[in-house]
Design a protein around this ligand. Sequence first.
Ligand SMILES: Cc1cc2nc3c(=O)[nH]c(=O)nc-3n(C[C@H](O)[C@H](O)[C@H](O)COP(=O)(O)OP(=O)(O)OC[C@H]3O[C@@H](n4cnc5c(N)ncnc54)[C@H](O)[C@@H]3O)c2cc1C
Length: 489
Amino acid sequence: MAAYEHPAFRSALFFSASLVLQTFASPNQTPGFDIAKFKKADIVYKDVAIIGGGSAGTYSAISLKDKGKSVIVIEKKNRIGGNTETYIDPATKTPIDIGVQMFHNISVVNDYFNRFQVPLIKYGADADPNAQPVNAQYDFRTGKAVNVSFPTAEAVGAAFGKFAQFLAQYPRLNDGMFLPDPIPADFLLPLGDFVKKYDCEAILNTMFELDPALGDFTTVPAIERIRVFGLSLVEAVGTGVLTTAHHNNSELYTRAQTELLSASSLLLSSEVVASQRGQAGIKLVVSTPTGKKLIIAKRLLITIPPKVDILAPFDLSKQETGVFSKLIDVGYYTSVMKNTGIPDNVGIFNYAQDTPYNFPVLPKGYNVQTTRVPGLHQALYGTPRSSKTFPMSDDAVKADIIKGIKAIQKANPDKFNQTEPEFVFFSAHTPFYLQVKPEDIKAGHYEKLYALQGLRNTYWTGATFRAQDSSDIWRYSENEVLPKLLAGL
Ligand SMILES: Cc1cc2nc3c(=O)[nH]c(=O)nc-3n(C[C@H](O)[C@H](O)[C@H](O)COP(=O)(O)OP(=O)(O)OC[C@H]3O[C@@H](n4cnc5c(N)ncnc54)[C@H](O)[C@@H]3O)c2cc1C
C-alpha cells in the first residue's frame, strides 16, 4: 500500500483537504465539491488521477503503480484500451485487431508486454506465404480501377534512407515535438513539396498504406508526418514491426484492466463533471455508474484529446484555452464488414487517377482490407482536417463506405459479386490526429503546448502531445512526462 493510502494518513489528509477546499472556494464554486455531501466511501484519495484509459492512460497508470504510487484512472467507456480494439468473430472466435496493430521493437514495448506476459511476434512472421493478400487500387468515387505506378522496393528503401538522413539532423525530434528554434522552413513545407525537395517521393505510398489518417496527405505540413514517422518508426519499418502472437492486441488491456480494478484504481463508464486544479492539489467530481464520487489527488494526468469542448469540465485557464483552441483534427473510422462482394484474399486501397500521387479525395474510405476470417473485410474511412470535433455523423460515414463498395462492385461485375454489404462492427475514433495549421507551428504552438506541463498540478500525455503511435506515446510518457510528474510526489 502506498503511504498515501494508509488510513491514518487519509484522515489527516481528509482534514487538510477540507482546508484545501476552503482555499479553492470561489463565489461560483460548484456545490458538488462539498465533502459533506459525499459518503465516506465515495471520497477517493490517490496520488495521481488519470483521465482516459487508452494507450497513454493505461501505460502511465501501470508505470506509476509499479513506482509505488496510487492511481485512479477515469475512463468514459466500459473498457480500457482506447484506439486498441479487437473484434472477436463469434463463429470462429478468431480475433481481428481493427485499431492499433503494430509496435516498434524497442525496450519500452517489450518490457510492457512482458510485464503482462503477452507474447509479441514480428508482424507477418506467422502468415501463410501461400495466402498473401492481393492488393488492388480503385477509386471509391467511381468504382473504376486506378493505375498507380508504385516505386520498386529498392526505390522505397533508398527514399527512406534519405528521409532518415534528414531526420538524423534533429535527434531530439525522436523524443517528441521538440522543434529547433527557429523552426526550419522545411518542417512547414506541405508533405508533397518536402518529399520532392529531398528526393524521397517513394516513401509516400508506404506511409499512406500504413497510416493514412492525417487529413489530405500531400498538404499536411511535413513536420506532422515526421511526428509519427520519426527515426524510431522508420527504423521499425526497416527491421520489422511487432504485433501480439495471438493477434489480439487487446489482451494487454484486458489484463491491465483486471489489475487496475482489483487495486481500486479504475472507474469505468465514468466521466469528470467538475474539477478544481491548483497548487494545493486536484479535486474531481466524477459521475460513475454507482453515483458521484469525489477524487482528491496530488497530481492530474490528462490523456484524452485536449479539445476545448471535450475539456469543458476541467475549468481551463486562459493559457490552456489559448493553446487548445488552435487544434484541428480529422475523423477516422474503422469497421468490420460482411457481404462486400470482394474475394477474401483481395484488399482494396482507394486511389484516384487525377490527384497528386493518386491519393484519394476525402472524406472517403481509405481501404477495404482482408482479415483473418473468411467472409469479413475491415473498412477504414477518413475525413479531411477540420476544426469540428465530430466532422461527420456515424450514419453518414457508414452510408458512404457502402456507397464506395457498391460503386466498385457495379463498375467491375466480372471481379466482384453484386451483394449488399453489411457492418458487423463499427467504431468512430474521432477526433483523431489533433494538429495545428503551419502558421501556428511557426508561431511556437508546440513550445506553448509543452509549457503547460505541470501548471496547476496538471500533466498531459497521449497522441496530441506525442503522436498517433503507441510505442512513441509510451516512450514519451515514461521519459518526458512521468519524471516531471513524479518530482516531489
Ligand atoms: C484504426 C486505427 C489504427 C491504428 N493503428 C496503430 C498502430 O498500428 N500502431 C500504433 O502505435 N498506433 C496506431 N493507431 C494510433 C493510436 O491512436 C495510438 O497508438 C494510441 O491509441 C493513442 O493513445 P491515446 O491514449 O492518446 O488515445 P486513445 O487510445 O484513444 O485513448 C483515449 C481514451 O480516453 C477515453 N476518453 C475520451 N474522452 C474521455 C473523457 N471525457 N473522460 C474519460 N475518458 C475519456 C477514451 O474512451 C479512450 O479510452 C491507430 C489508431 C486507429 C484509430
